[in-house]
Design a protein around this ligand. Sequence first.
Ligand SMILES: [Fe+2]
Length: 262
Amino acid sequence: MPVADCHTHLLPGLDDGAQSEEEARELLGLAAASGTKILFLTPHYLPGHFQAGPQEVQAAVAAWQETASDLDLELVAGQEAYLDPGLPEAVRDGRVLPLGRDRSFLLVELPMDHLPSWADDTLFQLQLKGITPVLAHPERCAGVIKRPEWLEGAVSRGLLVQLNGPSLTGAHGPQVEKVAKSFLRHGLVHFLGSDAHSRHRPPVLRPAVEAVVSLAGTEAARRIAWENPMALLSGHAIASAATEAAATAPRRPFRHFFPWNR
Ligand SMILES: [Fe+2]
């Protein structure tokens, strides 16, 4: 099945991802060789650290598209925005680049170590501006690992979830792997991304897609690896995240999966 990688850092010079044109070229080749057909390029937007703006990102993506086309890869421009109370204003002022045909989806990175008290309000402010937040790799965020029911609530309020493929195959340790699999089984995952930064964190999703097939079924894998990203790009509704496993398994509370929360 074709694969769309919804989260990468492969544009040299814009953030902490690829550091040279040579490295970017190599990483594009790795993505193509692993079966990825659509690659979302999502440099960090983190005021004070990485502040590439929409025009810069779009120009860089356009400059790389010819190289990518030779590899049968289509590039998509976006950004990964760090959650901050000022983010809704940054969106309003055009300082950060959302995704999608009508630019109404924004990849949002939560703080890694905790869930701030203002997180829900800021995410809601984005929704009021017509932006659907796509939470980037929540399975890696300590605040969400401690309160997995928070993610369930966020999805019920219309937020979407991008899981890091490498989380499913153990690249971020056994606890993150367990959490990632649990989110998948609970039908809380809409997109997959590699979060590639370098040849050590490469843009390769094929092993993760195979893991999704075995954990949640072929249809669920096709939905999150391809159909949902295509729906986002074409302006169609994102399909329910429900997986065959989630639809048929008896409902079990999250604490069943997370012994550290008992
Ligand atoms: Fe990222």
